[in-house]
Write a protein that binds this ligand. Structure first.
Ligand code: C2E
Ligand code: MG
Ligand code: MG
Length: 488
């Protein structure tokens, strides 16, 4: 565009080409929008969120910062596909936005995470009520492409100014509280506290020492015998991991396995467990002990990392253990995630001849229906059933029903956590196949386990009447009597 002199009157006029810039303007606006908003949901992104949070802080307003994470979103994404996952996130975003007050902000960060700034949330009880309302809003059923989805979420909360002076600290603390809410079983809310922080610091310290535990030979395995009720003999054993920490002493697996799983350390540790258990099982067989399957616990993380099948092949090959003597214990949670892939992996493992069992059966996810499609041979009833059974006759009925249903699916049934004669008699009366628990034996070091097997095969553990009958007719196989087995 330029000014041109008018040839007649000495004036000027403007000459140029006109261009429709609506499209360009729209594109610019979109770029501008995306700089501050999430592409998928249209909600503010972290940049805009932090800006609004900073404004509220400058105005000296109290703010509750919430970190919301959808529970099991990955399962939905994996099983129903990304497009359903994305549509669900959109709907969640819309719903959250609709229920947010004008002075508050809800933003989307990460894959399935939303953050909130609730301005002047009032006393703690009112903030807690607001959080509850948000959880209720999410808990209402969603309908996505014909799928009815029930979604829950876990929320962590930090408060300005109590829990941090800047948005980075506030968000970090809300996120940390959210992780603790998840650990407490999901579908939960957790406010940040100093103790929570201390717990996380402890966790990180443990994680760091766990990182070198294998190399420093601080890990070892113990073996808990499993007793076959009908024969009174040990029919197998479960390898259980132990950690002797140089300062803390013996750390229980319930304390360090979750840390190993969250940090991915369970992959090298799990490999060490497999190799050690197989080496030990083969050593016992070489020394003439009756060949028994040894069960190893396998975490979901190990199965999902993709190299599990070749690892099993390699370990069996290296240790020379036949596959029928390596039993793998999987939990129900493993099976519920990523079912298609998991099923084919299980079929491959079973095809190789490994016995598969379901561990902790009934601990929260029970459904016998799906079991019939799985290539498994054993159900291990969770130990909580044993505890409940003695207190409540109704629970005893449920245990009996689980045994019956397991049998109707052609599965062996083992009861875990059997501690008393009373429980044992009940299980015997209801046809349970095997037991594992302090009633028969604590987990033992390798030498003690071998000794226990020898004794058990010489002198089966049967009720008195059956023992008399047996001693009159049978003796244990001779070649198992004089076994000297060294575990190391
Ligand atoms: P689990 O696989 O269900 O193992 C059985 C747990 O019950 C063991 O706890 C065992 O010591 C305990 N137990 C056995 N008999 C009784 C009883 O009569 N009463 C009671 N109250 N408890 C009994 P432990 O060794 O502390 O292991 C806890 C959990 O840690 C295991 O539960 C398993 O889920 C996990 N774990 C242990 N070793 C490994 C491992 O090598 N890899 C993985 N991924 N997880 C492991
Ligand atoms: Mg187990
Ligand atoms: Mg168990």
């Amino acid at each position: 565009m330029g000014a041109v002199a008018d040839s007649e009157g000495g004036g000027f006029y403007l000459e140029g080409t006109a261009q429709d810039i609506t499209e360009r303007k729209a594109a610019e606006a979109r770029v501008q929008f995306l700089a501050y908003h999430d592409d998928l949901t249209g909600l503010p992104n972290r940049v805009l969120f932090e800006d609004r949070l900073a404004q509220a802080r400058r105005r000296q307003e109290r703010v509750a910062v919430l970190w919301l994470d959808l529970d099991n979103f990955k399962t939905i994404n994996d099983s129903l596909g990304h497009s359903v996952g994305n549509l669900l996130l959109k709907q969640v975003g819309e719903r959250l936005h609709r229920h947010t007050r004008a002075q508050d902000t809800v933003a989307k960060v990460g894959g399935d995470e939303f953050i909130f700034a609730l301005v002047n949330p009032g006393p703690l009880s009112r903030a807690a009520t607001a959080v509850k309302r948000i959880r209720r809003v999410v808990a209402h059923v969603f309908e996505v492409q014909g799928h009815v989805l029930n979604v829950t979420c876990s929320i962590g909360v930090s408060l300005f100014p109590d829990d941090g002076a800047d948005s980075e600290t506030l968000l970090k603390n809300a996120d940390l509280a959210m992780y603790c809410a998840k650990e407490n079983g999901r579908n939960n809310c957790q406010f940040f506290t100093a103790e929570l922080n201390a717990r996380v610091v402890e966790r990180l310290t443990l994680e760091n020492s766990l990182r070198v535990a294998v190399k420093k030979q601080e890990l070892f395995l113990v073996y808990q015998p499993q007793l076959e009720i009908a024969s009174g003999r040990i029919s197998g054993g479960e390898a259980l991991l132990r950690w002797r920490h140089p300062e803390l002493g013996l750390v229980a697996p319930d304390r360090f396995i979750p840390i190993a799983e969250n940090s991915g350390l369970i992959v090298p540790i799990g490999e060490w467990v497999l190799r050690t258990a197989c080496t030990q099982a083969r050593c016992w067989q070489d020394l003439g002990l009756p060949p028994l399957p040894i069960a190893v616990n396998v975490s979901a993380v190990q199965l999902h990392q993709g190299h599990f099948l070749p690892l099993i092949r390699r370990v069996l090959d290296e240790t020379g253990l036949a596959p029928q003597y390596l039993e793998l214990e999987l939990t129900e949670r493993v099976l519920l995630s990523n079912t298609g892939k998991m099923l084919s992996l299980m079929q491959d493992l079973a095809g190789m001849g490994l016995p598969l069992s379901i561990d902790d059966f009934g601990a929260g996810y029970s459904s016998l229906g799906y079991l019939q499609d799985l290539p498994i041979c054993k159900l291990k009833i969770d130990r909580s059933f044993m505890r409940a059974m003695m207190a409540n006759p109704r629970d005893a009925t449920i245990t009996a029903a689980v045994i019956g249903m397991g049998h109707s699916l052609n599965l062996k049934v083992l009861a875990e956590g059997v501690e008393t004669e009373e429980q044992m008699s009940f299980l015997r009366a209801h046809g349970c196949d095997e037991i594992q628990g302090f009633y028969f034996s604590q987990p033992l070091e390798a030498d003690a386990f071998a000794e226990k097997v020898r004794t058990s095969w010489r002198q089966p553990d049967l009720p008195r009447f059956a023992r008399k009958l047996l001693s009159a007719t049978a003796a244990a196989p001779r070649n198992h009597e004089d076994v000297a087995c060294s575990s190391r």
